[in-house]
Design a protein around this ligand. Structure first.
Ligand code: ADP
Length: 247
């Protein structure tokens, strides 16, 4: 299962990702978490991202794409993943399409959490207040001014992805204003529905004696070698996209 959760800051992407991780045994890949870890560790990526994140702006596409390309190749992501906070721009979405194509795979769905902006402000204010009360260190970007910039970045750079994925027939929307369990139920309903409607399994060709034919003469073998070609061409995707215009 390979999914994207799409929605503005505070829409509930992290909360819903957690339940999907448990239900489907897949990993949650949050580019925000990865970047915060890089900032904390003081890596070159972290040094590049630190001030941009503190301003609530988007880290350049090439940086984030390289991180994700690396991460989805790790063994724990083999079974599937849920992308939380990526892609955030159309070029990132295009790069993701290429990466998955190179692996001969594709997304199972893009789930949009629809919420209204006033509610987001209230949610983030209460998240900040709760963190303060618990004595938890606040995120550098969890303050009203930076939040306004994060929402602006979402509106201007990320919301076009709704049309991008709708155009591909991959977008499924749920009402993110409902309660947490209701949103969870809606997402699970969508995923079960899309599984039922999914492509029929290809029958494995059999010989006259009933044994299964395997190997290069099987349907899909050509597709696999085409995918391998693309994989070779784009193996260095991170390096290829470096140097291209970012956001
Ligand atoms: P939220 O969804 O609450 O705004 P995230 O944890 O997803 O927070 O992201 C925090 C910050 O990390 C963003 O404001 C941005 O600076 C950076 N970031 C995360 N993911 C991306 C991405 N895909 N592209 C560019 N910047 C990103």
């Amino acid at each position: 299962m390979r999914l994207i959760l799409l929605g503005p800051p505070g829409a509930g992407k992290g909360t819903q990702s957690q339940q999907l991780v448990e239900k489907y045994g897949i990993v949650q890949l949050s580019t925000g978490d990865m970047l915060r870890a890089a900032v904390k560790a003081g890596t070159p990526v972290g040094q590049k991202a630190k001030d941009i994140m503190a301003r609530g702006e988007l880290v350049p596409d090439d940086v984030v794409v390289a991180i994700v390309a690396d991460r989805i190749d790790q063994p724990d992501a083999k079974n599937g993943f849920i992308l939380d906070g990526f892609p955030r721009t159309v070029p990132q979405a295009e790069a993701l399409d290429l990466m998955l194509k190179a692996k001969g795979t594709q997304l199972d769905g893009v789930i949009e959490l629809k919420v209204d902006e006033d509610a987001l402000l209230r949610r983030i204010e209460s998240r900040v207040a709760e963190s303060k009360a618990r004595g938890v260190t606040l995120r550098a970007d969890d303050n009203p001014d930076v939040l306004a910039q994060r929402l602006k970045a979402y509106r201007e750079q990320t919301s076009p992805l709704v049309a991008y994925y709708a155009g591909k027939g991959a977008l499924r929307s749920v009402d993110g204003m409902a309660s947490i369990p209701a949103v969870t139920a809606a997402i699970n309903g969508l995923l079960n529905g899309s599984k039922e409607k999914g492509p029929a399994k290809t029958r494995r060709p059999r010989r006259k004696d009933g044994s299964v034919r395997d190997g290069a003469d099987q349907p899909g073998a050509g597709r696999r070698s085409a995918a391998a070609k693309i994989a070779r061409k784009t193996a260095n995707l991170g390096a290829l996209t470096r140097g291209k215009a970012g956001n």
